[in-house]
Design a protein around this ligand. Structure first.
Ligand code: PLP
Length: 373
């Protein structure tokens, strides 16, 4: 058999998937990064209507339908206090493809990409696939990324840094003043800031601000998706927006790798974005209730856990052998090391599951904690 590329040999299947494979079928899964709610009815209907009208059979424009891009542009004005022209939006196959476009279009061989460690698994892998050098950044005690750390790690080889708030795997939410600082740093050091905002609506304390709202230099690119906000992970619909020239470069990659995002998903996304937003509020309220129960449980068993202010993950520090001891008791959580070397000694617990599962999982964790201490 002929050789594989050096770039693909540099990456591995995600550590998260390995945990799932080790779990039995009837395990309680607190490892999943997706909401356990149905996609809102009006979003589904948007796709159904488009399919029935024969509108979703063909390619759309590479960037996506004009009406979806208009809905996304309007959403940014409404929710994020920045103006995006519909021309400067590319609908993508989930936030994953949006991250891929942002990194591929901006990172040269050997250039560095800085991102939170622990951080979302794709940052490291996509950087390597682009031939770049991943650089994980240490976090504050509350697991937020300190702008001063970003500034400290920037070198002449840095092409980009990634900000993710609310964050996977930590649930940390960066305050508005930090988001302003990230935009300033991108401008002053003339590097790209990729802001991954896929959890923007899942905030319990504090508020989400986009660094793009402070971006006078055109050095912030925003990645977002319907996946988490509207419980649409299976639809594969996200987007990327930023300065026109950057969008044109990202479109070059998108055009050849993807042509366009799935047409039915684009119609569902448009309906999700323009329709009633109550399903989002209801989901966020449920996540907050579950978070509180989980936090009480973890604190009660003596684990140290920074209060997650958003997303649907908690990241306690755990004793050696804890993740396996929990797995032995039928509950799946992800070892923190799957998210970067500084995640070692932590575990990511997703509470995007029923309260019943959370309560049963707490009991298993309590036993596991007692067993490994
Ligand atoms: N960014 C973060 C921080 C995520 O946690 C995820 C998914 O888990 C993504 C991006 C990718 O989302 P999507 O399912 O839209 O590709």
């Amino acid at each position: 058999m002929s050789d594989f590329s050096r770039r693909v040999e540099a990456i591995d299947i995600s550590g998260i998937r390995k945990v799932f494979e080790a779990a039995s079928e009837d395990a309680i899964n607190l490892g999943l990064g997706q909401p356990d709610f149905p996609t809102p009815e009006h979003a589904r209907q948007g796709a159904i209507d488009a399919i029935e009208a024969g509108q979703a059979d063909g390619y759309t424009s590479n960037k996506g339908t004009a009406s979806l891009r208009a809905a996304i542009a309007e959403k940014h004005g409404r929710d994020n206090a920045f103006t995006a022209s519909p021309e400067d939006v590319i609908a993508t196959s989930g936030g994953s493809e949006a991250l891929h476009l942002a990194i591929e279009a901006h990172v040269d061989e050997g250039e560095e990409v800085l991102f939170p460690d622990p951080g979302f698994v794709s940052y490291d892998a996509l950087t390597k696939l682009a031939g770049g050098t991943p650089v994980g950044l240490p976090l504050r005690d509350d697991l937020t990324l300190d702008p001063a750390t970003v500034e400290e790690y920037i070198t002449e080889d840095t092409a980009a840094f990634i900000v993710n708030s609310p964050a996977n795997p930590t649930g940390a939410v960066s305050p508005p003043e930090d988001m302003r600082e990230f935009a300033r740093i991108a401008a002053e050091h003339d590097v790209l800031c990729i802001s991954d905002e896929v959890y923007e609506h899942i905030v319990f304390e504090g508020e989400h601000r986009s660094p793009r709202a402070y971006d006078d230099a055109g050095n912030v690119v925003v990645v977002n998706a319907c996946s988490k906000t509207y419980s649409m992970t299976g639809w594969r619909l996200g987007w990327v927006t930023g300065d026109s020239e950057r969008v044109e470069r990202m479109l070059r990659v998108h055009q050849y790798a993807q042509a366009c995002a799935s047409a039915p998903a684009q119609y569902a996304a448009e309906a999700a974005l323009t329709g009633p937003q109550d399903p989002v509020d209801e989901m966020v309220a449920a996540f907050e209730e579950r978070r509180d129960v989980l936090l009480d449980g973890l604190e009660d068993m003596g684990l140290d856990v920074p209060t997650p202010k958003g997303a649907f993950y908690a990241m306690p520090e755990v004793p050696d052998g804890w993740v396996d001891a929990v797995l032995d008791r039928g509950v799946v959580v992800v070892p923190g090391g799957a998210f970067g070397e500084r995640g070692e000694g932590y575990a990511r617990i997703s509470y995007a599951t029923s309260m019943e599962n959370i309560e049963a999982a707490i009991e298993a964790m309590r036993e596991a904690t007692a067993a490994v201490r």
